[in-house]
Design a protein around this ligand. Structure first.
Ligand SMILES: Cc1ncc(COP(=O)(O)O)c(C=O)c1O
Length: 563
């Protein structure tokens, strides 16, 4: 090679090593588009859309028609027709993935036999490759340990419903009596959770039974929390101190609070049927959990023989953060880190709609030689029966055979370091863009979403919790053409709880779906609203305020601002 060519080689290398700056990119995405979907497709008929919805114009193209439609759906983003959004749909990263061509090819190869189809064998093998051999169903084993479900919450429901039926209540005092006289923040929070559950049960007209059990976590997801509570168990979140103090420098703000967990395991172990970690911690800002934290939870739970589970939706993203941020893991492969995480636990459930890189799918995997099976020996049989009643045979769990193949392929792709760097890098760039406009976000940014901190967003501006301005902010963004989600005062019923607290509006980024231009356009709409935040009106709740999971169902209207 000539000196000149060498010169250019060195320059290209330096260019590729540069960090992206607003408006400039130095690296390509790790993938290219293999198929695209036009928002205004040839099948879209503006006149028909307007006539159908009774709006004055087509909501895809006219802002006033969109504002009309937002009013009609009661300002609730879950009820807004997705195909009429001209901007980014950041309501969820769940099931919104663009699949790879390899996955589409797998769909064509699907085997639709009833039970034990080819896809199941492939997926089971892939579970062993991804998570470690102990997680694979042994075909000569008398009991099922791998349960497929159509999505994550179905797996959660199966687990908690059947667990609650296996728990003995006799001989144990109700939690309120058990904690009488105990002082400290964690006990006060347990009592508050019991009262919250009691209020809900009374509001729904059901019979109230004092709960005896609680399940601690670093942060239960809303459906996990609701599934646990529906089984008359108290879901309890133990955010780590750095999370509560909003410590931006701390790299693992998704950790569980080990001091509080240790205290509960020492004082009331017989009231704790399971301990959970959600990786990454979605309700806690999409923040990762450190391997050291996982390992310590294993030690603490093993000492008391309490089973330890993961809600593992974003396991690969969490492993990426461990590789990037935790001392001792920099040279380690993502695949290895994933297996190390899963070697520490007794079971997990997973919504494969996230790091399974598919549009539908979930699973519950239980370790045959783990503490869970030892403590609840009848549960595997019970789960198998339950699954046959609700989802079909455990080998297909409500999914088509072709879906199982697409999941197996997705699990192969998701641990690719180039995929993960590009995925998480995109989320981080979007976060930096918002931050550069002064919008207060949770820092460092999480793996799958950017969380706008609503308490800081409205700092210094009149804002009562019952104004639900997070809901109003989301509704205004819908009018602008972008869909985000309130996960704060309204979704988690935080009225009156003092900051710091998880009061967020979340922008969840679908995998492999949008380009920087799309996200930057959303960032501009957010910036504009933020700059005029004193003009964001309060909302009135028209219906659904006392329902469980109320953010999915409620309707609101904007209040007229007093001048
Ligand atoms: C952490 C976590 N757990 C559980 C679920 C529920 O999964 P699914 O939506 O597949 O029911 C989600 C979904 O968003 C999640 O983020």
């Amino acid at each position: 090679m000539t000196d000149d060519v060498l010169f250019f080689c060195q320059e290209f290398e330096a260019l590729a090593g540069r960090r992206d700056e607003p408006g400039r990119y130095y690296q390509n995405r790790a993938y290219r588009n293999a198929s695209v979907s036009f928002r205004n497709s040839t099948r879209h008929n503006c006149q028909k859309a307007a006539a159908l919805l009774g709006t004055d114009g087509c909501p895809l193209h006219s802002i006033t028609a969109r504002a009309e439609l937002v009013t009609k759906v009661g300002l609730n983003p879950f009820l807004f027709p997705a195909h009429l959004l001209p901007g980014c749909d950041l309501l969820s990263d769940s099931g919104t993935t663009t699949m790879t061509v390899e996955q589409w090819a797998q769909l064509l190869l699907g085997d639709e036999a009833y039970g034990s189809n080819e896809g199941y064998f492939e997926l089971n093998e892939q579970f062993g490759v991804t998570f470690g051999e102990v997680w694979q169903q042994r075909f000569d084993a008398p009991l099922q340990t791998v349960f497929i479900f159509h999505q994550g919450r179905a797996a959660e429901h199966a687990l908690f419903f059947n667990l609650a039926r296996s728990l003995k209540v006799e001989g144990l005092k109700p939690l309120r009596q058990r904690l009488a006289g105990k002082t400290g923040d964690v006990y006060a929070r347990i009592l508050a959770e019991i009262e919250r559950m009691e209020r809900r049960v009374y509001a729904s007209g059901q019979k109230w039974e004092e709960p005896v059990y609680l399940i601690p976590s670093n942060g239960h997801f809303d459906t996990t929390e609701a599934n646990i509570a529906a089984s008359n168990i108290i879901p309890l979140n133990l955010n780590c101190v750095e999370h509560r103090n909003n410590d931006e420098k701390f790299p693992f703000r998704g950790n569980i609070n080990l001091v509080e967990l240790g205290e509960l395991l020492n004082t009331i172990p017989e009231h704790i049927p399971l301990v959970y970690l959600t990786i990454t911690n979605n309700t806690g800002g999409g923040q990762p959990v450190a391997m050291a934290n996982i390992r310590t939870v294993r030690r603490l739970t093993a000492e008391k023989r309490v089973p330890f589970f993961l809600d593992a939706c974003r396991f690969a993203e969490n492993a990426w953060f461990i590789q990037q941020r935790e001392p001792g893991y920099q040279g380690r492969e993502i695949k290895e880190i994933v297996r190390e995480i899963f070697s520490e636990i007794d079971g997990f459930h997973i919504s494969l709609k996230k790091d399974g890189l598919v549009n539908i799918g979930g699973a519950l995997l239980i370790r045959a030689d783990g503490l869970f099976v030892q403590r609840y020996p009848g549960l595997l049989e019970q789960l198998t029966d339950y699954q046959i009643l609700t989802e079909g045979h455990p080998t297909y769990g409500g999914l088509a055979g072709r879906d199982l193949k697409a999941i197996a392929e997705g699990l192969r792709t998701v641990v690719n370091p180039e995929y993960l760097a590009s995925r998480i890098g995109q989320v981080q760039r979007f976060a930096e863009r918002l931050s550069a406009s002064g919008v207060p976000i949770i820092k460092p940014a999480g793996g799958h979403a950017v969380y706008i901190d609503i308490d800081r967003f409205f700092a210094g501006i009149s804002n009562e919790d019952t104004d639900y301005k997070g809901v109003a902010f989301v509704a205004l963004l819908l009018i602008a053409g972008h869909r985000l989600c309130e996960l704060g005062v309204y979704a988690f019923e935080l009225e009156g709880r003092k900051p710091p607290r998880n009061n967020f509006v979340r922008a969840a980024i679908p995998r492999l779906t949008y380009e920087a231009q799309d996200l930057f356009a959303t960032a501009e709409a957010i910036r504009l609203i933020y700059e005029h935040r004193e003009r964001i009106p309060a909302v009135e709740v028209l219906s659904g305020k006392d329902l469980a999971l109320r953010h999915f169902k409620s309707r609101f209207k904007f209040k007229q601002q007093k001048v």
